[in-house]
Write a protein that binds this ligand. Sequence first.
Ligand SMILES: *Cc1c(COP(=O)(O)O)cnc(C)c1O
Length: 350
Amino acid sequence: MTEFNIDKLVRENIKNLEPYSSARSEFTGEASVFLDANENAFGSPLDENFHRYPDPLQWQLKVDLSKIKGVPPQNIFIGNGSDEVIDLAYRIFCEPGMDNVIICPPTYGMYKVGADINNIEAREVNLTGDFQLDVEGVLSAVDEKTKLLFICSPNNPTGNNMDRMDVEFLLNNFSGIVIIDEAYINYSRQKPFIQELTEYENLIVMHTLSKAWGLAALRLGLGFASEKIIDLFNKVKPPYNINQASQQLGIKALANIAEVNEHIKIIVEQRSLLQQQLSEFDFIKKVYPSDSNFFLVKTDNANKLYQYLLAHQIIVRNRTKEPLCENCIRITIGTPAENETLIKTLKNYA
Ligand SMILES: *Cc1c(COP(=O)(O)O)cnc(C)c1O
């Protein structure tokens, strides 16, 4: 068992950083006349409260999220998409040109892009043949400069959950930060790791409102972690990283959980139906099981199938160039009508 010490992981310049102090965060107490932030006091051409800077810490949105996720608001970070959570993790923990992280392809592309942007070495330890974590491979890739380990579960593009025992083993035996990306957790039978935050000091869990919540355009990505880690994220983020429109609309959407749950139910039903229908085509060599709102299929020729669907105005994701995904296509579950269009179109494919 390795000792976790967050001070050893955080970059020196971040430890010493004096964060930007915004106009609104400098006073405490009641106020009614705001002459501190050089805003236009008359208002905006829009009818809303858009002439004032938004709440830098998005408190109301966090309180509402807290009720849904069962995590206290002070353990929640909201980013401008999950992409911002990923980028901040690099900037807080990884010294450019020196440190490294571990990612497990085939997986979400932003982990590697984030590493490249920040000039961090990404050590790639491929998943096993059945798309599970190569636990020994991961541990042997770790050295004293390894700061982050990215685990995506359910994994994009393979759709499956990572074995919980493996994830727990890595949480217990890797002394850096483990980032578990649960973007697709609403479609999964897996118990979310956000319930384990008090168990693991080195855990960051990511969720997003872009998928099941249907709010991809608002850019609301979520990080859940210890208060110590959340405080670091708040220190380094741009002061107003979540704009007022996204905050207001996010709050409004969270009041409508029933509709979202209905969508999840239909998508999960449509997933089995579509998987069953696809498995009957002879050019589909394998339909992979999924705990997500998409699944992977192995075809006889992914490029050809992709081009055919494109010519019929149906866009899927060609993953043939990813490791372990030769001739694989990733298909997102659409509405019943869209899924039917896909099947009808494929019936004419030869
Ligand atoms: C779609 C997706 C996200 C969401 O990214 P946002 O920036 O929040 O829209 C995060 N992780 C994975 C694995 C995804 O597939």
